[in-house]
Design a protein around this ligand. Structure first.
Ligand code: BES
Ligand code: MN
Ligand code: MN
Length: 461
């Protein structure tokens, strides 16, 4: 087995080739939420499978009810075994005109001395997935073997709520045996400080469509007498929060726990302010619950957001119309023990109560996920922390994140395994937005970090 220095050195000298491989992966528009790109999702899976096969993994591309997963095995009898999860699918690119370059023509940009990989999926999650793959490549190139047994599971529907994946995991439990799950799909505390993410929020997503009259109406003939569905929907949306920013859906805060005062004090000490969180996006004043730290608002408190709203005439000029229907997409971020099923029942009643008797409402409930939190006493956590500190020179912060990765809860439920969430994304990566980027440092030092973590986990065995 080659020394770690040789492996890290190989990562440094191979960086240009690693970038070339990542660019090939980023060039495939694997947008999972748009059926028109199903073929490209398949292409991304095939690209990854070919790369892992070349590394000597026993690799297969397997069907799910949505896009295929890539599964790759390299067992090592007697050594610890890790299951690495990530996703090859990406978010849609709209609004396309805000991209300065085509989203699937990856390039290296020089941004005030900082080199950045710019493309859809650069940070979420293709760049992050490749940090792990490149770490494996370096170990294999230098030693001919990996320090641990490794199974790699890369799905293609994470941005579609991991549709089909829990069923696939349940059916393939015996092929996913491991000591610990590793996920690279989260961020760092700041560009210098690595992070092990200790919790993720859950998600509950609804579409609400209010119908009033059975056709669009002339607002001169009917205005003042006919009910306007946009008004009905606006009232529902406005009622979701009270004047203190709390969500008003009955029972919403059941299962939400307060953090101990010393934890809040520690979080205050981390120095995230309204200015540091909101300044970079052009805002000043925190919205949402009053009297909470910004870090609490985006991490340990639940939230409700309208993600889209439409109805009536929105094109150029004027049209004097009362629409027949109005629609909105409404989502809730969940924490602690909040139950998506209970929320669905309560939200539906909340909406129906606000729809007049002669109007109607359709509510579509998407599959929800619970929040997850990870035990602080996992032995692998201490190992990973030490490895991260060796790479970055400062201790890793252990803190929660506000986003969701639905399958992590299923890994616990179906495999009985906890997950180590270690990612190298930065707050300004613009994931899901135009001009998404991944710092070259994230990619390079992320790869080195995984090489160290794998080595350290292997030594534990
Ligand atoms: N990688 C993100 C989640 C994330 C980002 C967690 C940063 C922590 C820090 C993931 O790809 C994502 O976008 N998840 C979706 C959920 C999904 C059901 C569409 C989300 O959080 O909105
Ligand atoms: Mn992601
Ligand atoms: Mn995402």
């Amino acid at each position: 087995m080659a020394g770690l220095d040789a492996i890290l050195n190989d990562i440094d000298t191979d960086l240009d080739n690693a970038l070339e491989r990542l660019f090939a992966f980023l060039g495939i528009p694997s947008i999972s939420t748009d059926p028109a790109y199903a073929g490209q999702c398949r292409e991304a899976a095939a690209w990854l499978a070919a790369d892992l096969t070349a590394l000597g993994f026993a690799t297969s591309v397997e069907e799910t009810s949505l896009h295929p997963v890539v599964l790759a095995h390299k067992p090592k009898p007697g050594a610890p075994h890790v299951l690495f999860y990530g996703h090859y699918d990406v978010q849609p690119v709209d609004p396309l005109d805000l991209w300065t370059h085509p989203p699937f023509e990856p390039r290296l940009a020089n941004d005030g001395g900082r080199k950045r990989i710019v493309a859809r999926g650069a940070s979420d999650d293709k760049g992050q997935v490749m940090t792990f793959v490149e770490a494996c490549r370096a170990h294999l190139a230098m030693s001919g073997e990996l320090p641990c047994g490794v199974t790699i599971l890369i799905e293609g529907a994470e941005e579609s709520g991991s549709q089909g994946l829990p069923e696939w995991v349940a059916a393939n439990r015996d092929r996913l045996g491991c000591d610990v799950v590793l996920v690279c799909d989260t961020g760092m505390w700041d560009p210098r400080t690595p992070q092990i993410t200790s919790s993720l929020r859950g998600l509950c997503y609804f579409e609400v469509k209010v119908t009033c009259a059975d056709r669009d109406l002339h607002s001169g003939f009917f205005g003042g007498a006919a009910r306007n569905p946009i008004h009905v929907l606006s009232r529902i949306v406005a009622d979701l929060h009270d004047a203190d920013g709390r969500v008003t859906v009955p029972g919403f805060y059941e299962g939400v726990h307060e953090r101990p005062a010393e934890v809040i004090a520690q979080w205050r000490g981390l120095g995230m302010t309204a200015e540091s969180l909101l300044g970079p996006i052009g805002l000043k004043e925190p919205a949402g619950e009053k009297g909470r730290l910004p870090l609490e608002l985006v991490q340990s408190r639940p939230a409700c957001d309208v993600n889209g709203i439409w109805g009536g005439y929105t094109a150029e000029g004027t049209k004097t119309v009362i629409a027949s229907t109005a629609s909105a997409k409404v989502s809730f971020r969940l924490v602690d023990d909040q139950d998506p099923a209970a929320l669905a029942t309560s939200f539906e009643a909340f909406v129906r109560e606000r729809v007049p008797a002669d109007c109607s409402v359709e509510i579509v409930t998407y599959k929800g996920s619970r929040a997850i939190s990870l035990p602080f006493d996992m032995p692998e956590l201490a190992t990973a922390k030490a490895a991260l500190e060796a790479e970055w020179g400062v201790p890793a912060v252990t803190v929660g994140a506000g986003g969701s990765i639905p399958i992590v809860g299923d890994f616990k439920r179906l495999l009985g395994k906890d997950t180590l969430l270690i990612g190298f994304g930065l707050d300004d990566d613009r994931i899901h937005s135009p001009n998404e980027k991944y710092d070259l440092t994230s990619f390079h030092k992320g790869t080195r970090s995984w090489a160290r973590i794998l080595a350290a986990l292997g030594e534990r065995g």
